[in-house]
Design a protein around this ligand. Structure first.
Ligand code: SF4
Length: 342
């Protein structure tokens, strides 16, 4: 058993998907997350086992709305989708239709079709990406063949575009997920055959009428590449961990907490929106200035604890030379606050 598998113990490895790979770009400086992800630890189960369950994933209502929207677009061999994408009468290939639908078989059919000169829309394709030595299967909503031979990824999302505007966080996460598919396609076919422009199809305004928006994901591709290569180098970090560190979910919670303490975390409030460990890490970080986020961490550089920041603001302790600048700002802020309240 290698060190990565030993770290996870008897618990089966958690399978990645585009959503979890996209989340890897959320806090690239966090070693804890990098190690847990590289080892395939089930973070939802781990957080729950140590007493800090969170609620992750889409609500049932959002899932049902998303499924209904996708089914409507794909009905009658993607008739409505073709009109939104403005691709005319190109072919339609459903790779999920065969009865031998093992992951390997479907991936094989996808490779075959992509390598051939057949053109059209590919539904239920299955791609792969190598992640820290493991093969991850990915299911894009659709791949569209372009007339000039370049492929485009089509992402169907159920969040609305109202008056040409959509929730920035939702668009940004859809762009990173689509970039994961572009990366997987490029690994298979080469850079030139896959466009860096992806098509996002969403409901428009307050109806289920679809609208297509083209997104350039070059920036997301660069971030993903950086983060994925960092994940591979995490094995060195894992090799250096003591034998006692294990995330086997059969262990008592106290042992799992000790193992978590061996991995340096970098909690920031944004973690709450993408990381399954966030409720645990927030509790662990309480009392530290870092828990207030990057801007506070940077403004209070050199002051790690909230209690020290408060003592400096009240003039109860002498600042060290690295703390002098932040201490002056804290005293001024305390004076202004006292004036405002007084
Ligand atoms: S919640 Fe914890 S493990 Fe996850 S990214 Fe933030 S600090 Fe790292």
């Amino acid at each position: 058993m290698n060190q990565i598998d030993r770290l996870r113990g008897s618990t089966p490895a958690k399978r990645h998907n585009a959503r979890t790979i996209a989340a890897l770009t959320g806090n690239p400086g966090c070693s804890r997350r990098a190690v847990l992800d590289a080892a395939g630890v089930d973070k939802v189960a781990l957080a729950s086992r140590v007493g800090f369950p969170g609620s992750f994933g889409q609500s049932r209502f959002a899932l049902a709305r998303g499924n209904a929207f996708e089914a409507m677009l794909k009905a009658d061999d993607c008739a409505l989708l073709r009109s939104v994408l403005d691709v005319g009468m190109i072919g339609y290939h459903d790779l999920g239709a065969d009865s031998d639908d093992t992951l390997g078989a479907r991936h094989g059919r996808t490779r075959e079709l992509l390598a051939s000169s057949v053109s059209g829309l590919i539904d239920h394709p299955l791609l792969t990406l190598e992640l820290a030595g493991r093969t991850v299967f990915l299911e894009p909503d659709l791949i569209a063949f372009q007339g000039e031979g370049r492929l485009r990824v089509v992402e169907i999302k159920s969040f609305a575009i109202v008056d040409g505007q959509a929730d920035a966080a939702a668009v940004s996460s859809a762009a990173v997920q689509a970039a994961v598919y572009v990366l997987a396609l490029r690994a298979l076919l080469g850079e030139d055959r896959v466009s860096h422009e992806v098509v996002l199809v969403c409901p428009e305004n307050f109806s289920l009428q679809p609208v297509a928006v083209v997104l350039d994901v070059r920036k997301q591709l660069a971030t993903l590449r950086r983060q994925l290569s960092r994940l591979s180098s995490v094995s060195a970090l894992i090799e250096a961990l003591p034998e006692s560190v294990s995330f086997d979910l059969a262990l008592p919670p106290s042992a799992l907490v000790s193992s978590l303490a061996a991995l340096a975390a970098r909690y920031a409030p944004e973690c709450l929106s993408f990381c399954e460990m966030s409720v645990y890490c927030r509790s662990e970080a309480s009392g530290s200035t870092a828990a207030f986020g990057r801007s506070v961490r940077e403004s209070l550089g050199g002051i790690e604890e909230v209690s020290v920041a408060l003592d400096l603001a009240r003039g109860l302790v002498e600042p060290s030379s690295e703390q002098a600048e932040a201490a002056a700002l804290l005293r001024q802020a305390a004076r202004l606050r006292a004036e405002a309240l007084g």
